[in-house]
Ligand binder design. Structure first.
Ligand code: HEM
Length: 480
């Protein structure tokens, strides 16, 4: 436990893998962790034996105290998790892409306008974009530009979006190995309540979270009451007698988890693509050339219907997921039954993870791994990836996880990133700021209160500026 750094563990996990090979074992108090360091072993265990390798460790603080055992991402493999996964799959599956597309269209038009008007607030514009897509589909409500740009509610208080990002950050911090002793040393959980110094902190975090989720559900019920809510996932969900069986807290968490997971992840990937664009003009020129050939020079924004003609942009999205995985040491998958693999005996309860940073930056897997190189997904001579799979969000990398626990929202995440990246690259140029060079191996893209790095963003031409003003202006006024 003390060998592993508290944050940004990727480089440490990479060095350890380089020393020990395909797997290494770590003892964290009474729990054994196995890091899987090549796609071969990740696939053999987390994918092919997924029925065994898909639970989560017990976390008395992060899961029980802080999340009321209702956060889907930490729920053990079992009936409750399965029921929630089914509900989420119902809304996030590929066939439902048509429900998301019109919202992604409007929000990405507003994204380019927000960036044009306040380029130094590009990171807030990304947050608003990702948050507003999921809020539109789930809660039937767009997130206003004002809230997105200034991060404040009308009274100057922090907006619910900011509170959402605060609670999410708190949750991610609580998941870091060793962050809360009781999640490592389970015997502490048996102490009498007055001796558990962390209880109050955890209960307060839980209350804050319920406030954030509850504020949206109260607002939704109020709009439903006065007939001012367009049909949306949450209104149908709350009216469905089946969902009532889950209980009020679990229902809140089902909606809240969508909001949380849907908002944070796409905006972080977009930040990474912007860093890649500012530090390497070469691929940006390729992307712009491809876009101009399909959409003309400042003639119209790229659309989802152009995707088949724009494989380079799908490769950009894919490379964005691979380049600097923000789940640096993957995510814990707990084994539920003893298992034997290539002579190793793994007892039930062993925690497995894919070594995300190491695999993504392994030159044996990805030639010139540090480079943002979309061509790698299109040219089988560069990499042994089938170019016909460039639109498959999961093919060729592990950034969405593995097996039965794979990210439920990967279609939405992928299409969010595709449309936003295509439109940003079509409209803007990106440059580093003198004296503020971007250290792409040490960016904290999870930070939501200030820019993770400085970047200069300018419209590609006067014609692009006008195009953005026109399309973006229309999008701002669109009702949900
Ligand atoms: C855009 C990029 C995204 C990335 C890179 C990403 C990544 C991940 C990863 C690594 C996991 C853990 C997988 C595992 O344990 O094997 C995960 C789980 C999850 N993701 Fe995503 N995600 C993204 C977008 C989204 C979106 C847009 C949503 C929903 C709207 C979402 C919802 C979830 C949920 C609910 C889980 C928990 C699944 C479970 O534990 O069964 N994600 N995601």
């Amino acid at each position: 436990m003390f060998q592993m750094p508290p944050y940004h563990q990727g480089p440490w996990a990479q060095q350890t893998a380089q020393k020990y090979g395909e797997m290494f074992t770590l003892r964290i108090a009474s729990t054994t962790w196995v890091f899987l360091n090549t796609p071969r072993v990740v696939s053999d265990l987390l994918e092919k034996r997924s029925a065994l390798y898909s639970s989560r460790p017990r976390f008395p603080y992060a899961s029980t105290l802080m999340s009321g055992d209702c956060r889907v991402v930490l729920q053990p493999y079992g009936a409750q998790w399965r029921a929630l996964r089914k509900i989420m799959h119902g809304i996030l599956n590929a066939k439902n892409g048509g429900t998301f597309a019109p919202f992604q269209d409007v929000e990405s038009k507003q994204l380019v306008l927000d960036v044009l008007r306040a380029p130094e607030m590009w990171w807030k514009a990304n947050q608003r974009f990702a948050n507003s897509v999921i809020m539109s589909v789930v809660f039937g409500k767009r997130v206003s530009g004002e809230e997105g740009r200034e991060g404040k509610g009308k009274g100057g208080e922090n907006s619910n979006v900011d509170r959402l990002f605060d609670t999410s950050q708190e949750f991610i911090a609580a998941l870091q190995p060793g962050a809360n002793l009781v999640d490592t040393f389970y015997f502490l959980d048996r102490l009498p309540k007055p001796l558990k110094w962390w209880t109050k902190r955890g209960e307060e975090a839980f209350r804050r979270l319920l406030d954030v989720y509850g504020a949206e559900v109260d607002d939704l019920r109020e709009r439903m009451g006065r007939g001012a809510c367009p049909p949306c996932f949450a209104s149908k969900f709350l009216e469905d007698p089946e969902s009532a069986k889950l209980g009020e807290t679990q229902r809140l968490f089902a909606l809240g988890s969508l909001m949380e997971a849907g908002s944070d992840t796409s905006r972080m990937t977009l930040s990474q693509i912007i860093a890649a664009a500012a530090t390497d003009r070469r691929w940006v020129k390729e992307a712009q050339g491809a876009l101009d050939r399909v959409c003309g020079f400042a003639a119209r924004l790229p659309e989802f219907s152009d995707r088949g003609q724009l494989p380079y942009l799908s490769a950009v999205a894919k490379e964005g997921f691979r380049w600097r995985p923000f789940a640096e040491i993957g995510m814990f998958h707990t084994l539920i039954k003893d298992d034997v693999y290539e002579g190793y005996h793994f007892p039930a309860g062993t925690v497995f993870t894919w070594n995300a940073w190491h695999i993504a930056l392994d030159p044996d897997e990805y030639p010139e791994p540090l480079r943002f190189w979309p061509e790698r997904w299109l040219d089988p001579n560069i990499q042994s990836v089938d170019p016909s799979k460039v639109e498959d969000p999961l093919a060729g990398h592990w950034s969405f996880g593995a097996g039965r626990r794979v990210c439920t929202g990967y279609h939405v995440g992928d299409s969010n990133v595709w449309i936003a990246a295509a439109r940003l690259l079509y409209c803007f140029d990106f440059e580093q700021v003198a004296g503020g060079e971007i250290d792409t191996l040490n960016m904290n893209v999870a930070e939501h209160r200030w820019a993770p790095f400085e970047v200069k963003i300018t419209a590609r031409s006067e014609a692009h500026r006008k195009l953005v003003e026109g399309c973006g202006g229309e999008a701002v006024g669109v009702a949900c």
